[in-house]
Design a protein around this ligand. Structure first.
Ligand code: GDP
Ligand code: CA
Length: 305
């Protein structure tokens, strides 16, 4: 299972309701990782950790439930220029422990595994890599780190290109290649292809292992009715792929996916998708609640053929 943050995590939660959690390995994006106030933050791994262990805030859509913001208030009081990054008090605890561990030389995958175990996560959660990999967004206004573009600038700048710094020499985290080799199915969550899935595929050995794998690869489109459910995926598809039809989404994963799960409202694009060599699987893809996420996961299991 390849996943970004919030959108991916909601899908994975549905998957864990549909299959034994112990059978699932989630490979999470680390291209969003950043240092805030001296702390190492892994937004997508944290969204997965919180959502999959029922610690997430469903209404806000990100972060932890029952969150408070006292530390951030102090940061603002002190007029620190990093106060644009929202760090909740509960969330901070994880960043503190992770940063301490990384400074002591522990790999990200090990700290993540410890947090997952402590939170009671039964599925395995692996960062794509323990090495430094950072997504840079190229825009007419200049190059920005993913968080700076997404959060500080509210993803307003058009994206002209993406760079995955460090990817070329990044090695998969321990367990990633074995999981791919042993997988009966590789699922790609309805995450943003460009900023959540591409940074995972940018690790050369992961990309090679997926291509060498005999397992079917099934992706879920993050688009419903030509629009992203949330965030900039539709604008990025328009700009970088020339449209938001299923064939454009599939084009983000060339020669990689066998099937793409698309929404009923995008069914008109199914024939073009099939003509491009990717099996369409049409269903309702809006994860309006946990049951809908489970049904979407079941559709992915069916779509493997
Ligand atoms: P992030 O890392 O927190 O930004 O989250 P992801 O990249 O994993 O997920 C963001 C993507 O999920 C967006 O492009 C949304 O369009 C998509 N998404 C969110 N909810 C749904 C849903 O219910 N159904 C589908 N098909 N896509 C969704
Ligand atoms: Ca993300």
């Amino acid at each position: 299972m390849l996943s970004g943050g919030v959108g991916g995590a909601r899908f994975v939660r549905g998957l864990l309701d549909a299959v034994p959690p112990a059978d699932v390995t989630v490979v999470g994006n680390v291209g969003d990782d950043t240092e805030v106030l001296g702390l190492h933050v892994s937004p997508d791994l944290d969204s997965l950790l919180y959502t999959l262990t029922e610690r997430h805030d469903e209404e806000r859509g990100w972060g932890r439930r029952d969150e408070s913001w006292n530390a951030l208030e102090t940061v603002r009081e002190l007029r620190d220029d990093e106060s644009w990054f929202q760090l909740g008090d509960r969330d901070l605890g994880l960043h503190l422990v992770r940063t301490k561990a990384l400074r002591a030389g522990e790999p990200l995958s090990a700290v993540t595994a410890r947090a997952a175990a402590a939170f009671g996560l039964e599925a395995r959660l692996l960062p794509a890599t323990d090495d430094r990999l950072r997504t840079t967004v190229q825009t007419p206004a200049g190059d920005f780190s993913l968080q700076e573009w997404f959060v500080k600038r509210r993803h307003a700048d058009e994206v002209e290109g993406l760079l995955f710094e460090g990817a070329e020499s990044a090695r998969p985290a321990p367990g990633v290649l074995d999981a791919i080799a042993e997988a009966a199915l590789v699922a790609i969550a309805p995450s943003n292809p460009y900023i959540s899935i591409w940074p995972i595929l940018a690790v050369p050995a992961i990309d090679a292992a997926l291509r060498a794998s005999a397992a079917p690869v099934v992706a879920v489109s993050p688009v419903i009715g030509g629009k992203a459910v949330k965030g900039p995926a539709d604008r990025m598809l328009e700009r970088l792929a020339g449209g938001t039809a299923p064939v454009h989404v599939a084009g983000c994963y060339p020669e990689l996916i066998d099937a793409l799960v698309i929404d009923e409202t995008d069914a008109a694009g199914a024939d073009a998708l099939a003509a491009a060599g990717v099996r369409p699987h049409v269903t309702r893809t809006l994860m309006s609640d946990r049951g809908a996420a489970r049904r979407l996961a079941e559709a992915v299991l069916e779509a493997r053929g």
